[in-house]
Design a protein around this ligand. Structure first.
Ligand code: NDP
Length: 475
């Protein structure tokens, strides 16, 4: 991207946050104020969000039942007369194999509060967040200790497993029970946080519809001591559980067959890469719009506590309960699968870090953090960008020269490989990629709408320079 008009090279990082170039102009403050007010409903308004709050948990149970009890195939009533018996069969599965029993409460709560406790006490890398308009552009500090916490959790889990205190296979064996407890946590925290925020007068951007505000959230920056609950929940609960579910599936295969299939090893690698990426690049998370714009409501809480952990790794659930001959590939297919994952991961990791580090450089808060793995092209030297009238800058180099959401495209390919790793054995593990593309397209629309309000004509200019959304020449 060349230099033309207002497109400039990045100057030396600035120091003081109050004088940084991404502090908004008067015009920028006005658009920020507008964005902090409720203007219109999203997700189909109160009716739409109610349908999602009821529909998602039902879908989770249905898919789990199909995987576990119907050989991974989508079961349905055989006739109109079969509808009631079908529903009774479904209910029996839930009642017997997904009850919120004491054991599941202990395991999920033990994990949950262990994560909270170590997040509170382990020192971490200190990262300053972006200026928050609703706090009069004050910045918040984030104690980034997710990576140390991940290693502590891995060592603790290994010790519990090897001493037979808690065998890791028990996670997959109790999948249904744990899923129900996770669902209860998701609902309880969503409603609890709504009432807490309102009682403390910390609500922002409220619509006035109770159910819609529970869904979207009321509070922007919930905190317990040094722990930002929204960031903590986004990383520590969902991605740790997906990783330990994969490890649990691998232990299960080892117990049953004496070996771990390359497919299961693939899921261990894929989930580890993801949880490790969230930890090693945690200082980049405060620059994502989940942190600086989305509130902490059902949409985020439920999905973090129950949705992600119990719907994204269906391939693991399938492999843990089916014979390896059902999903055995040729060597070239394994090579293609692993290569696709690693390429997509590389683009995901470096595109996220390029943009976040660019924002940190602009704000003057960028310091190189030594974590593993650091990939080439994670930071762009002399990036080009558009200087907006708002005050912020829009990056136009690196992966961001080719598409406006290169990270979404790469993230989606990763999600697809999480299903591809069992081939055509069951359609259910493809739920993640189908659901995720819907989320990403919708999320992209919401984000661009917000950016169009925030940046006005500068956003139009940016879109004319970086024409494609996800993949250059395609979309
Ligand atoms: P982005 O990292 O794309 O952040 C969007 C924000 O970045 C915009 O609102 C804008 O904010 C700013 N921005 C956009 N373009 C530029 C640019 N060229 N230069 C500088 N700033 C820019 O996306 P998200 O925060 O939505 O997502 C982060 C990651 O999380 C993604 O990779 C996504 O795939 C992943 N994710 C995964 C989920 C899962 O379930 N697996 C669910 C949701 C997200 P502003 O200008 O106001 O600062």
């Amino acid at each position: 991207m060349g230099q033309d008009g207002n497109e400039l090279r990045l100057r030396k990082p600035h120091g003081a946050t109050t004088e940084t170039p991404n502090m908004p102009s008067e015009e920028g403050r006005k658009s920020d104020q507008r964005l902090d007010k409720h203007e219109s409903y999203e997700f189909g308004g109160p009716w739409g969000v109610t349908a999602m709050m009821i529909g998602f948990p039902i879908l989770m149970y249905y898919l789990w039942i199909c995987l576990w009890f119907y050989d991974g195939q989508l079961t349905h009533p055989k006739s109109v007369d079969d509808i009631t018996p079908f529903l009774e069969r479904m209910w029996m599965h839930v009642k017997t194999d997904a009850s919120p029993n004491l054991y599941a409460w202990k395991v999920y709560s033990g994990f949950f509060f262990f994560q909270l406790a170590i997040a509170l006490v382990i020192p971490g890398y200190q990262q300053e967040g972006l200026p928050v308009p609703s706090l009069n552009y004050k910045t918040l500090m984030y104690n980034c200790n997710a990576l140390s916490c991940l290693y502590v959790t891995m060592i603790t889990a290994a010790a519990l497993h090897l001493t037979h205190t808690f065998r890791l296979t028990e996670i997959i064996d109790n999948y249904g029970h744990l899923m129900t407890v996770a669902n209860i946590y998701g609902f309880a925290w969503s409603f609890g946080m709504y009432f807490y925020a309102v009682a403390r007068g910390q609500q922002i951007r409220m619509s006035g519809s109770f159910i819609y505000d529970v869904f979207m959230g009321a509070i922007l920056n919930p905190r317990i001591g040094s722990v930002d609950l929204k960031m903590w929940a986004e990383v520590r609960i969902p991605w740790n559980i997906t990783f330990f579910l994969a490890v649990s599936g691998a232990c299960k295969q080892y117990e049953n067959y004496g070996y771990v299939t390359p497919n299961m090893a693939f899921m261990c690698l894929a989930t580890w890469l993801y949880v490790n990426a969230c930890g090693k690049g945690e200082e980049c998370i405060p620059q994502t719009w989940d942190m600086f714009h989305e509130k902490w409501g059902f949409m985020v809480i439920f999905w973090n506590f129950a949705g992600v952990p119990f719907t994204y790794v269906y391939s693991v659930v399938y492999m843990a309960s089916h014979d390896p001959s059902k999903y055995k590939f040729s060597t070239p297919t394994y090579v293609a699968l692993y290569a696709t994952l690693l390429t997509a991961y590389y683009i995901f990791d470096t595109s996220m870090s390029q943009k976040s580090r660019f924002k940190m450089q602009t704000q003057g808060t960028f310091k190189f953090r030594k974590t593993f793995p650091q990939l080439p092209w994670g930071t762009i030297e002399n990036p080009t960008y558009i200087q907006t009238a708002h005050g912020n800058r829009l990056l136009t180099s690196g992966w961001w020269a080719y598409a406006r959401k290169p990270n979404y495209a790469a993230d989606w390919v990763q999600s697809l490989t999480w299903g591809l790793c069992i081939g055509a054995a069951s359609p259910i593990p493809y739920f993640y990629s189908v659901f995720f593309i819907t989320v990403l397209v919708h999320r992209c629309g919401r984000d661009f709408e917000r950016c169009a309000i925030k940046y006005g004509k500068d956003w139009e200019r940016y879109c004319s320079i970086v024409k494609y959304k996800f993949i250059p020449g395609v979309y």
